[in-house]
Write a protein that binds this ligand. Structure first.
Ligand code: BDR
Ligand code: CA
Length: 316
């Protein structure tokens, strides 16, 4: 499988990338960065860190948008992911280059080049994707599969009461993406915040998974110490892995146990519900679905993939 990942490279993005890099049958054509959990530069740096720590072969890294489409100052999530986005496990000494081509242009070029043979996985705000759609309204139609971690489909927001982080950072971009799906008949597979809440790990299970002394296991342990402090602050009893869940259904689509096709629109008004992913539960022929909302995956296989993410690189 050929894959492009667009990411804001925080802690859970890092675990997702490790999982993807651990798959022998997966060809990572490009990784693009976007501002979200951390600044664009930090996100780019973190992508390099993950590639370095896994000894990954040269993988093109493209920088994307440093700001949302409209707002000048981007909202970040450094309170959850740390100043370096990796809970203190970040590095700054990577020799890996960053491509000169801007992410949205590169994504569009690759989508056209590999039309019908390429999967897109988005783990951050949808700014780069929206820009690519504005450059070519058929952009999304070139992918044979699109998986996104985004949205709160039952109004259980994590960043506001109504909205999930990846959407509320850039609601206009998300609006462009879901609207383009409607216009072009493209369906995305969505791991929402509710899907994340439905697949919690106990801290004990996660602690077992990350046991070990390899560089990757030690990185996971450092990130977990930071995450555990944040969980205590936010009264969150579980370890929640939104982006790894999205990566898991990319690696193994067969782990999806239930999903439902719905039409989603994004609220872009400046109200309490800004960034809400509004799901239309009516079955009207004039409102065809644009989203497969993933509800349940096989928890055991998800854990197996998490183990692979942490331990595939033990020998390095
Ligand atoms: C999403 O927001 C980010 O903080 C995480 O990396 C994930 O992509 C969860 O709402
Ligand atoms: Ca993310």
């Amino acid at each position: 499988m050929k894959l492009i990942v667009d990411t804001d490279a925080g802690i859970d993005d890092a675990i997702a990338l490790l999982m993807l890099l651990a798959q022998p049958d997966l060809q990572l054509l490009a990784i693009s960065s976007v501002a979200g959990n951390v600044s664009l530069l930090q996100a780019t740096q973190n992508i390099k860190t993950i590639l370095d720590i896994t000894n990954a072969p040269a993988t093109p890294i493209y920088q994307g948008c440093a700001r949302p489409l409209l707002r000048y100052a981007a909202l970040d999530a450094m309170d959850i992911h740390g100043d370096d986005g990796l809970g203190g496990a970040g590095r700054t000494d990577s020799p890996r280059p960053v491509e000169a081509e801007p992410a949205s242009l590169a994504l569009l070029r690759l989508a056209r080049q590999y039309t019908g043979r390429l999967t897109l996985l988005t783990l951050g705000p949808l700014t780069n994707i929206a820009v690519a759609i504005r450059l070519d309204p058929t952009f999304l139609t070139h992918f044979d599969r699109i998986v996104m971690m985004a949205g709160a489909v039952d109004v259980r927001g994590n960043t506001s009461a109504a909205a999930e982080f990846n959407i509320v950072v850039d609601p206009e971009a998300a609006h462009i993406v879901f609207d383009a799906c409607h216009r072009t008949g493209v369906m995305v597979q969505l791991i929402s915040w509710e899907a994340t809440l439905a697949h919690p790990l106990t801290p004990e299970t996660w602690a077992e998974i990350i046991e070990g002394d390899s560089p990757v296991a030690r990185m996971a342990q450092t990130m977990t110490v930071f995450l555990n402090e944040r969980r205590a602050e936010y009264n969150e009893p579980h370890i929640l892995w939104p982006d790894p869940l999205a990566a898991a259904i990319v690696c193994r689509p067969e782990i999806i146990l239930s999903q439902e096709a719905r039409s989603i629109k994004v609220e872009i008004g400046h109200t309490l519900t800004r960034g809400q992913t509004l799901v239309d539960y009516r079955r009207r022929p004039d409102k065809p679905p644009n989203t497969q909302i993933i509800r349940e995956v096989d928890g055991q296989q998800f854990c197996d993939l998490l183990k692979m993410a942490v331990h595939n690189f033990d020998g390095f």
